[in-house]
Design a binder for this molecule. Structure first.
Ligand code: XIL
Length: 332
């Protein structure tokens, strides 16, 4: 049947790139699936600060290089993820020699040398970077998350990161990436942050919408509103970490060995709606990346409930297309 022979990336080749997050294991275990259905990759963890720069004078690029090589050898695009984040960043970054808190000057120097080294190394491999990840605080909190970057450097740490990245690779597309991006309050904060970066002349080219969604949230109208609002800034948008959990965020059930038929039906419906919406914004939306390639491996197996299986992607645990895949590619 033609739908089953359809490649996911092929179905959207005139619209946007189709990506998957990979790690050093999954480029091996999911190799055939990746080559058949995806034309873009993101390193799930291997290019994060703690992975590539565990100590001040130590860079460890072996796994990141393997992913860069895999993408190059197979003619796939590669997104860089991520340079400045409050998570998965080693403690040494924020400490001075005496074990106290590093001051602004030291932190900026470390940020610059990290960005410079990593971005230059992958200049030929990576076409766009998530320069700053998740800097905005969630609903009800301040504008910016009180991370060690913010507390140590001050409000301008975000603009500085973009400047350093641009100096290291003037050709790279530079993105601000965040989650809960469709929540009206957070959406407005993200919009405000990026608008002010643009007004300061910071070299920023796009906004990444992580898209960690579920069967109920966010509502389609809120997704549309977020896309419209971000696009009004004149930037490119990318869906950077998409998955559709079968559990709502506060559902901590652990008793399911397989998704229910109702979950699968809703997931198909949701995925269909999402991709119909995405296609309306082709041109503005330049890439849709899933946070994983198939349900045999997903970070949601450990988050937010440790060890609980989830089934959030378009391919099942045997890496076969799910109903949601048919819904998505059958649109053509
Ligand atoms: C996650 C990875 O998938 C996990 O393997 C890791 O343990 C924690 O980080 N937002 C992001 C991603 O920007 O980097 C996160 O990735 C998921 C949430």
């Amino acid at each position: 049947n033609t739908v089953m022979n359809q490649s996911l990336a092929g179905a959207f080749k005139d619209d946007f790139l189709i990506g998957a997050a990979v790690n050093a294991h999954t480029v091996l275990s999911q190799r055939d699936l990746l080559l058949e259905h995806y034309n873009s990759l993101t390193a799930e963890n291997e290019m994060k600060f703690e992975s590539v720069h565990p100590a001040e004078d130590t860079y460890t690029f072996e796994k990141a290089d393997r992913i860069a090589r895999f993408s190059r050898d197979n003619g796939m695009k590669l997104r860089g993820h991520t340079l400045v984040w409050h998570n998965q960043t080693p403690d040494w970054v924020f400490e001075d020699e005496g074990g106290g808190a590093a001051n602004r000057e030291l932190l900026l120097a470390r940020m610059k040398s990290h960005i410079d080294t990593v971005v230059k190394r992958y200049r030929d491999a990576i076409y766009c970077w998530d320069v700053v990840n998740e800097a905005v605080a969630d609903e009800g909190e301040e504008l910016l998350r009180p991370s060690k970057w913010l507390l140590g450097i001050g409000d301008d740490y975000i603009a500085q990161a973009f400047r350093f990245a641009h100096e290291a690779d003037p050709d790279a597309l530079l993105f601000y990436n965040d989650y809960n991006e469709c929540n009206p309050i957070k959406r407005d904060k993200i919009y405000g942050l990026v608008k002010s970066l643009l007004e300061q002349g910071a070299p920023i080219h796009g906004i990444g919408l992580q898209a960690h969604w579920n069967l109920k949230d966010p509502a389609l109208d809120d997704i549309r509103a977020a896309i419209e609002r971000y696009a009004s800034l004149g930037l490119k948008l990318q869906i950077t970490e998409m998955d559709v959990s079968v559990f709502e965020f506060n559902d901590r059930r652990t008793d399911l060995a397989a998704p229910t038929a109702e979950m699968m039906r809703l997931q198909e419906e949701r995925y269909g709606q999402f991709f119909r919406l995405f296609r309306e914004y082709r041109g503005v939306l330049t890439s849709v990346t899933f946070w994983g390639a198939a349900d045999d491996y997903t970070w949601l197996d450990d988050f937010p409930v440790r060890g609980r299986k989830n089934w959030p992607l378009l391919f099942d645990t045997n890496r076969q297309p799910k109903g949601a895949f048919r819904e998505v590619v059958g649109l053509r």
